[in-house]
Design a protein. Structure first.
Length: 317
């Protein structure tokens, strides 16, 4: 995937111990990066620095291959290609939702039929079209959050910054929002940067993660690869066509070189010191007179990755 935005060695200090220190990450088209950390870790400072809302002490920001001074007028043209949706969106409360969108669209030169078509499409997708003429003060927190996303997407940004995008959303709205964000990345090639404390939601959305602790990134990488690496052994689940006897399961586990195994119904879970491929697993099952119905490698969840990383970092300090 193409690099869209690169941040290298970002430093923003408020005090010797508060702020961010040497943060680096890359946003790529078609991928969602989750930027995770406890309150006070430096997530908001990072976003505000990259957006040019506060001046960095050091570091480089490169957009589509060109380096920019985030405090320069030239960077204003870059910011015009960003969409930003914060967890406490500001709207004119007595003004209808559609009028709010029209006002903000004007800042990007989006008017007339172009605005009307874009707004209608977004409001329908976010299930707000029927209440588009209602004052924002009548909206629930979840509705206001969806309206904020519509506002961030009006001008067709290349990069989308989201701060706690699921705040206030009910389960149905979460599913809708999740589907839209995946569509924006996978089908429209948008680069998405999100912060969230909801690790379960992040696990369903993110392609890549960065974990921030006390202003420093302590872990980063592709989520699926990290999920594999955080188990101390190679762990597999073999679902057999029929439930085997205990003796047959033990023999199969031994033949596959399992250090540990457990059997639950027709599902055999085993741990090995080395990787196992499907062909070897199928051959071992056939040798034992069993038929393999499903084979998969098990991975660690994001919650384990996150807390193991935080705890490991605290112990090393």
């Amino acid at each position: 995937m193409n690099k869209v935005l690169e941040v290298r060695g970002l430093v923003k200090k408020y005090t010797p111990t508060a702020g961010v220190d040497g943060v680096s990450f890359t946003l790529r088209s078609g991928r969602i990066l989750a930027y995770l950390g406890h309150n006070g870790a430096g997530k908001t400072t990072t976003v505000r620095s990259v957006l040019g809302l506060i001046k960095m002490n050091a570091g480089l920001v490169s957009y589509r291959g060109k380096e920019y001074d985030t405090s320069s007028g030239e960077y204003d043209r870059v910011r015009a290609e960003y969409g930003v949706c914060m967890d406490t969106p500001g709207f004119y409360q007595d003004m209808p939702a559609l009028k709010n969108l029209e006002l903000f669209a004007g800042f990007y030169g989006l008017t007339g039929g172009e605005f009307a078509g874009r707004a209608e499409a977004l409001l329908k997708k976010l299930e707000l079209y029927e209440v588009r003429n209602n004052p924002v003060k009548t909206y629930s927190k979840g509705m206001a959050q969806k309206l904020a996303l519509a506002r961030a997407l009006l001008h067709g940004p290349r990069v989308l910054f989201l701060d706690e995008p699921m705040t206030g959303l009910d389960p149905a709205a979460r599913i809708l929002m999740r589907g839209l964000l995946k569509e924006l990345a996978e089908k429209e090639g948008m680069a998405v940067f999100l912060t969230s404390h909801d690790l379960n939601e992040v696990e369903q959305l993110a392609d890549d993660i960065c974990i921030l602790e006390k202003g420093k990134i302590i872990l980063s990488g592709e989520l699926e690869e990290l999920k594999k690496s955080f188990l101390k052994a190679f762990v597999y689940s073999l679902t057999l066509q029929d439930e085997p006897s205990g003796a047959a399961a033990a023999a199969l586990a031994g033949d596959l070189g399992a250090e540990k195994y457990s059997l639950e119904g027709a599902s055999l879970r085993l741990e090995r010191a080395a990787a196992l491929d499907l062909l070897d697993a199928s051959a071992a099952c056939a040798k034992a007179g069993l038929k393999l119905a499903e084979f998969k490698r098990l991975t660690a969840g994001l919650e384990k990755i996150y807390f193991d990383s935080i705890n490991r970092n605290e112990k090393s300090v």
